[in-house]
Design a protein around this ligand. Structure first.
Ligand code: FES
Length: 179
C-alpha cells in the first residue's frame, strides 16, 4: 500500500467521522428540542382539553329565600383561574318554588350574554342590551334571544341552597358551533 492510497483512506475516514458527528449532533438537538417542547405544547393544549367538573357552590341558607321570590345570588364560577380576580364571580337568579324546591337561572342573556334582571312586578326577566324579554320560567317572550335562559342544577344540602356550576353557553356563537 503506497503513501497516496493511505492518505486517501485517512481522508475518507475523517469525512465519515465528521458526517457521523454532524448527524449525532443533529439527532441529539432534535430530541432535546422535542423534550423541551412537551411542557409548552401541553400548556397550550390543556385549556382546550380540560372539562372542569361541575362544582356545588353554596349561595345561601334555605331560609334566606322567601317562598315565591326570585333573588340574585353571587358565586365563584366553575373553573376560576388564579388571575381571574373579581371576574371569577358570577351570578344567578334563584327562585324558591316550594319549601325545598328551587330553580336557578343563569344571569346571562342567551343572545349576547348581557346580565338579565328580574322585574317582579311584570313577572319577567328583562335584558337591557337589545330588549330581550323572558317569562318567569325562563322561556323567551320577546326580542332576539334564541333560546330560554340556561338553568343550573340546584339542591338543598344541610340547609344550604347550592348551585352546580358549569361552563354555560353565553351567546349564540356557541349555539351556532354546537348545532
Ligand atoms: S344580549 Fe340580551 S337581547 Fe341582546
Amino acid at each position: 500500500m503506497n503513501e497516496e492510497s493511505t492518505n486517501k483512506e485517512d481522508s475518507i475516514a475523517q469525512i465519515s467521522r465528521r458526517k457521523f458527528f454532524v448527524k449525532l449532533s443533529l439527532s441529539v438537538a432534535g430530541i432535546s428540542a422535542a423534550i423541551a417542547a412537551i411542557p409548552v405544547v401541553s400548556a397550550l393544549l390543556a385549556p382546550l382539553l380540560e372539562h372542569p367538573p361541575g362544582q356545588w357552590r353554596t349561595v345561601g341558607k334555605v331560609n334566606d329565600f322567601q317562598l315565591g321570590t326570585t333573588t340574585l345570588v353571587n358565586f365563584i364560577d366553575a373553573d376560576p383561574k388564579p388571575y381571574a380576580g373579581v371576574t371569577a364571580k358570577t351570578g344567578a337568579w334563584v327562585r324558591r318554588n316550594e319549601k325545598n324546591d328551587f330553580t336557578a337561572f343563569a344571569i346571562n342573556c342567551t343572545h349576547l350574554g348581557c346580565p338579565v334582571r328580574w322585574e317582579k312586578n311584570a313577572d319577567l326577566f328583562m335584558c337591557p342590551c337589545h330588549g330581550g324579554v323572558y317569562y318567569a320560567d325562563g322561556t323567551v317572550a320577546a326580542g332576539p334571544p334564541p333560546r330560554p335562559l340556561t338553568k343550573y342544577e340546584v339542591r338543598v344540602y344541610n340547609e344550604n341552597v347550592q348551585i352546580k356550576t358549569a361552563p354555560i353557553p353565553l351567546t349564540t356563537i356557541g349555539a351556532a358551533k354546537t348545532s
